[in-house]
Design a protein around this ligand. Structure first.
Ligand code: HEC
Ligand code: HEC
Length: 245
C-alpha cells in the first residue's frame, strides 16, 4: 500500500488509509472527522496537523529502539538504552489504530516496560526476547519484514561470529524467520573456542556453543528463553573481561 501511495502527501495518505480494510492500520468506523482524529478533516481546516506515520516509518523507529536495547544488554549496561525503552513503551502510533493492531502494540509496550524496570541483565535480556515475540506476534498477523531480503552480517570468526549469530537469532525471533534462526543457531554452535586463560571466561564461550545447539532444537516461544540466555551470556563474559562493545 505504501508503494502505491508514495509521492502523495501524508494528508492524503492518512485519508486513504482510513478507507482501507484488512491490513489498513486505522480503526473501522472512525471517520476522518471523528472526535479522536489527529489530522484535519479537510486540508482547509485550521486545526494543527499531526500526521500519522506510515507503517514503514514506524517500523524503522521500532527496529532502531530495539537495536539499542539489544546492544545495551550485550554490553552489560541496561541504562545505555533506558531512553529507547521508555520511548518504545510509550509509542502512541495514532489514537485511531485498529483494535487488532493495538493489542500487538500493547504487547510491545509491556516488553519495553519490563526492560525499563529490569533490575539486572538477566531480566533485561528476558525483556528483549519478549520484545521480539511481541514484534513477531504482529508480523505474523499483519505482515512484517521480508526474510528473503535479510542477509545479516557476514560470518567472521570470534566476536564477529558471535555478533552475527546474535543478530540472526534476533531477526529469526522477531520477523519471524526460520532460516535466520537456524543460521544463527548453527553459527553459535560452531563458534570458535575462546581459549581464554581464565576458566570462567572459557566456560561462557562453551555455554554459548551449547545454547546454539539447543537453539536448533527448540521452537515457538521457547526460543525467547534461549535468546535471553544468549544475551545474558554475552553480557556476563563482557563483564568478566571488562569489555563493553
Ligand atoms: C502493530 C503491529 C506491529 C508491531 C507491534 C511491530 N511491527 Fe514491524 N511491521 C509491521 C507491519 C504491518 C510491517 C510491514 C510494513 C510494510 O510492509 O509497509 C512491519 C515491518 C517491519 C520491518 C520491515 C520494514 C521494512 O522496511 O520493510 C521491520 C524491520 C520491523 N517491522 C521491525 C519491527 C520490530 C523490531 C518490532 C518490535 C520492536 C516491530 N516491528 C513491531 C507491524 C508491526
Ligand atoms: C567468552 C567471552 C565472551 C563471550 C561469551 C562473548 N564475548 Fe563479545 N567480546 C569478548 C571480548 C574479550 C571482547 C573484546 C574484543 C576481543 O578481545 O576480541 C569482545 C568484544 C565484542 C564486540 C566488539 C567487537 C570487536 O571486535 O571489538 C562485540 C560486538 C561483541 N563482543 C559481541 C558479542 C555477542 C553478541 C556475544 C554473545 C552472542 C558475545 N560477544 C559473547 C568476549 C566475549
Amino acid at each position: 500500500m505504501a508503494k502505491q501511495t508514495s509521492g502523495i502527501s501524508i494528508h492524503l495518505l492518512v485519508l486513504l488509509l482510513a478507507g482501507c480494510e484488512q491490513r489498513g492500520l486505522l480503526a473501522d468506523g472512525v471517520s476522518s472527522s471523528g472526535a479522536t482524529v489527529d489530522v484535519p478533516a479537510t486540508s482547509t481546516s485550521a486545526a494543527p496537523v499531526r500526521p500519522t506515520l506510515t507503517p514503514q516509518a514506524r517500523m524503522e523507529f521500532h527496529a532502531r529502539e530495539a537495536d539499542m536495547m539489544r546492544r545495551a544488554v550485550i554490553a552489560g549496561d541496561l541504562s545505555a538504552a533506558s531512553v529507547e525503552a521508555k520511548a518504545l513503551s510509550e509509542d502512541e502510533w495514532t489514537p485511531r489504530l485498529k483494535p487488532t493492531w493495538r493489542g500487538h502494540m500493547q504487547a510491545m509496550y509491556a516488553a519495553a516496560r519490563v526492560y525499563a524496570d529490569a533490575a539486572n541483565i538477566g531480566e533485561g535480556a528476558g525483556a528483549v526476547a519478549q520484545l521480539a515475540l511481541a514484534c513477531a506476534g504482529c508480523h505474523n498477523a499483519l505482515g512484517g519484514p521480508n526474510p528473503a531480503a535479510y542477509n545479516g552480517l557476514p560470518p567472521e570468526p570470534s566476536m564477529g561470529g558471535h555478533a552475527w549469530a546474535a543478530e540472526q537469532l534476533w531477526f529469526g525471533l522477531m520477523a519471524p524467520s526460520e532460516t535466520a534462526w537456524a543460521e544463527g543457531a548453527r553459527q553459535l554452535a560452531k563458534a570458535a573456542p575462546f581459549r581464554s586463560d581464565v576458566t570462567a571466561v572459557d566456560a561462557q564461550a562453551k555455554r554459548l556453543q551449547q545454547l546454539g545447539a539447543s537453539a536448533m532444537t527448540v521452537a515457538g516461544e521457547q526460543r525467547a528463553r534461549v535468546f535471553s540466555d544468549v544475551l545474558t551470556t554475552c553480557a556476563d563474559c563482557h563483564r568478566r573481561v571488562g569489555y563493553a562493545p
